[in-house]
Design a protein around this ligand. Structure first.
Ligand code: PXP
Length: 251
C-alpha cells in the first residue's frame, strides 16, 4: 500500500496552448508557462495531447520532454497513435483518459470495467517502458476495482461533478459527491492504488479534496490559467499551493 504522504500539484498547461492556437501565433508558449509553474511550486506538469490537437501539439510534447525539470504527466486517449508517442518519449507518467471529439473537455471517466481486456493490454507496454500509468475514472467502486485488476499504478478520480454542483449552488448534492470522492479515495488506497484527483478544481473547491489523506496529487489547469490573466501565472499557482498545503495541514 502507498504511504499517505505529501500532496503534489500537477499544473495542466493545455489552455496556454488553447490561447496560442486561437490566433495561430507562437505565443503564449506552454513550455514557458511550464517553467514558470515549476518556479511557483508545481511538482509536475500535465499536458493532454488530444487526437484533434486542439491545444497541445506534438512539438509541445517534444519541447516539454526536453526542457522540464519536474516530471511530465502525459494525458492521452487509449489509441495506438498515442501509445506510440508515449513509448517514444517515455514520460514519467501517463494518464489514460476517455476522449470524444465533440466534447469541450474530458467529460467523464474511463469505462475501465467495460474495456478491461483491451486496457490491460494497452497499458502493459507503457508500464514496461517505466511510465507510471494512471487511469482517469469516476469515483465508482466498479471502475476502481477494474483499474486495480488491469495493473494500473494510479487512479485519478474525476472531480468535475463535485465542482459543477458547487458552481450551481446545489450544496446537498455537492456534499454527497464529495463524500463519494472521500470514500472512493480510501477504497482505492486500500486496493494498493495511488490516488490522484482533478478536473474543474478552483480556489473554492480545492480544499475539501486536498484534505483527503489518501490523495497524493491534484491536477489542475483551466482555473489556474484563467486566474493567471488577473494575477499572473506564478501568484495564481502559488495561491493554489498555499490552499492545498493549508487544507492538508488541517486534515
Ligand atoms: N485531470 C485530468 C485527467 C484531465 O483530463 C484534466 C483536464 O484536461 C484535468 C485533470 C484538469 O482539469 P481542469 O483543467 O479542469 O483543471
Amino acid at each position: 500500500m502507498h504511504p499517505i504522504g505529501t500532496l503534489r500539484l500537477g499544473v495542466n498547461i493545455d489552455h496556454v496552448a488553447t490561447v496560442r492556437n486561437a490566433r495561430g501565433s507562437a505565443y503564449p508558449d506552454p513550455v514557458r508557462a511550464a517553467k514558470i509553474a515549476e518556479a511557483a511550486g508545481a511538482d509536475g506538469i500535465t499536458a493532454h495531447l488530444r487526437e484533434d490537437r486542439r491545444h497541445i501539439s506534438d512539438e509541445d510534447i517534444e519541447r516539454l520532454v526536453e526542457h522540464l525539470s519536474v516530471p511530465l504527466n502525459f494525458e492521452m486517449a487509449a489509441t495506438p497513435e498515442m501509445q506510440a508517442i508515449a513509448l517514444r518519449h517515455k514520460p514519467h507518467a501517463v494518464c489514460i483518459v476517455p476522449e470524444k471529439r465533440e466534447e469541450r473537455t474530458t467529460e467523464g471517466g474511463l469505462e475501465v470495467a467495460r474495456d478491461e481486456n483491451h486496457l490491460a493490454h494497452f497499458i502493459a507496454p507503457l508500464a514496461g517502458a517505466g511510465c507510471r500509468v494512471s487511469i482517469f475514472i469516476a469515483a465508482d467502486p466498479k471502475q476502481i476495482e477494474a483499474a486495480a485488476r488491469i495493473g494500473a499504478a494510479v487512479v485519478e478520480l474525476h472531480t468535475g461533478a463535485y465542482c459543477d454542483l458547487h458552481a450551481e449552488a446545489r450544496f446537498d448534492e455537492r456534499d454527497a459527491e464529495l463524500e463519494r470522492l472521500r470514500e472512493m479515495s480510501s477504497f482505492a488506497h486500500s486496493l494498493g492504488l495511488e490516488v490522484h484527483a482533478g478536473h474543474g478544481l478552483t480556489y473554492d473547491t480545492v480544499q475539501p479534496v486536498a484534505a483527503f489523506p489518501e490523495v497524493m496529487e491534484l491536477n489542475i489547469g483551466h482555473f489556474l490559467i484563467a486566474e493567471s490573466i488577473f494575477l499572473g501565472l506564478e501568484p495564481a499557482i502559488a495561491q493554489m499551493r498555499r490552499l492545498m498545503d493549508e487544507a492538508r495541514e488541517q486534515g
